[in-house]
Design a protein around this ligand. Structure first.
Ligand code: AMP
Length: 418
């Protein structure tokens, strides 16, 4: 039987806060994670994308915070600035709607350190951000790590990779030994789990979300369209014209191609914005805000846009390049179909890339359907490599372009939002 938040021990104030967000029934991962974290053990939680993991940890941790005590009691580490900003916003909203005097600070690398130091003077109980900057501020004695009760590693498998592990470890080491460690993700590889357990206490609790044990929600349809490499962009335009997505995220592997793709879409009258690591902080923020607000309906992104971002109303995820790693596919596709909404993930693949579709099917137990654009509509297809060769001759394998930037056509009108 479904439990409600009261049965899970969530305080009345927090229930009121949730109700203001129209949240009344816990999701399966929340049902399991809330008591696990409240129990004080170290926890590894795995649950499909969009299943409510943020509140699954924020709720029990809000109850652990002593509002009378000023200083960092909870630390949330994330692999991207965008995700940190999202968690911080949710924490502030929850505090405000619940009438609790709990404060959160967003501590990320690209933002001004002075302002962050000012914010830290207010001694917020929650610090959310990127490991590098947090570590820096701990060393500058602006964050007092000795009060930390719990560290959350959100999208924790990414934080356990070679590029992040050392700095995560360094942050953990600044806190007291009896603090709690919580790791969450939709995908937890054996290696990531092993590394996480290496940082945790002995009796780790492993929690998996709910009835649907898969990592990808069942409400997402997975399609692929076979196309010649040089026709990929035309196919993308056809898909956007035919499907008329309310909000679509288009993924590329090479961040260097994002700006050109945005320019090309805008040139063709499709309001688009781009988000990628090398873009300036303000550009990244504006692109995301424009997309959230519906001012642009297409967001072209690299994999930094694939982790944890919760943008309501994303109906389509389109892979213009497809990732070799099935984990990347899972996180990209998971940007649509959040909280039981319907989602469509379409991969535009060359005959060479088709093999990865089989890899995803195997890795996540998915069933892909082959589609094509016929008469402006998405229709079932049996098109083969031979059909493509007949039509356009053999093409070299490759995706949306190599490293070299193609000259961007000048947008004829100022549609582009950055
Ligand atoms: P997350 O997986 O944490 O990114 O959450 C995905 C979305 O689900 C967010 O927009 C949350 O506000 C929403 N959400 C979280 N918990 C619930 C719930 N119990 N009922 C309805 N929506 C929820």
């Amino acid at each position: 039987m479904e439990k409600d938040f009261m049965a899970l021990g969530v305080s009345e104030a927090l229930q009121k806060g949730l109700a203001a967000q129209r949240i009344t029934v816990p999701t399966p991962i929340q049902e399991k994670m809330i008591p696990a974290i409240a129990g004080g053990q170290d926890v590894i939680g795995r649950s499909e994308t969009g299943s409510g993991k943020t509140l699954a940890y924020l709720l029990p941790l809000f109850m652990k915070i002593d509002p009378q005590v000023r200083g960092t009691q909870i630390m949330v580490l994330t692999p991207t600035h965008e995700l940190a900003a999202q968690v911080h916003r949710q924490a502030e909203l929850l505090a405000q709607n619940s009438g609790l005097d709990i404060r959160s600070a967003l501590i990320i690398g690209t933002a001004g350190i002075r302002r962050q130091m000012e914010r830290l003077k207010e001694k917020p109980q929650i610090v959310v951000g990127s490991t590098g900057r947090i570590l820096d501020l701990i060393r500058k004695k602006k964050i007092q790590a000795h009060l930390v009760k719990t560290i959350v590693l959100d999208e924790g498998d990414r934080l356990m990779d070679d590029g992040n592990l050392a700095s995560v470890e360094a942050v953990i080491k600044t806190t007291l030994r009896d603090r709690q460690l919580v790791l969450l993700s939709a995908s937890v590889s054996e290696e990531a789990e092993k590394r996480a357990r290496g940082l945790m206490k002995e009796n780790v609790m492993f929690v998996e979300g709910g009835a649907q044990t898969g990592a990808v929600p069942e409400n997402i349809d997975h399609y692929f369209i076979l196309t010649a490499p040089r026709e990929k962009f035309v196919m993308l335009r056809k898909v956007l014209a035919g499907e008329k997505p309310e909000k679509a995220m288009v993924f590329l592997n090479n961040p260097e191609n994002i700006e050109v793709t945005v320019d090309k879409l805008c040139y063709h009258g499709i309001a688009a914005a781009g988000i990628y690591g090398l873009a300036g902080k303000t550009d990244r923020k504006n692109a995301l805000e424009d997309f959230r607000a519906g001012r642009v309906r297409v967001l072209v992104a690299s994999d930094i846009g694939a982790r944890g971002l919760d943008i309501p109303g994303v109906t389509h995820v389109i892979n213009l390049d497809i990732p070799e790693d099935p984990t990347h596919y899972l996180h990209r596709a998971g940007r649509c179909g959040r909280q039981q909404a319907k989602g469509t993930a379409i991969s535009i693949v060359t005959p060479y890339e088709r093999r990865w579709i089989h890899k995803y099917e195997k890795a996540w137990g998915l069933k892909f359907r082959q589609k094509d654009m016929v008469g402006g509509k998405l229709a079932d297809s049996t098109k083969t490599k031979k059909d493509l060769e007949k039509k356009g001759g053999k093409q070299p394998a490759g995706a949306s372009g190599g490293k070299k930037k193609a000259a961007a056509p000048k947008p004829p009108f100022a549609k582009r939002k950055k």
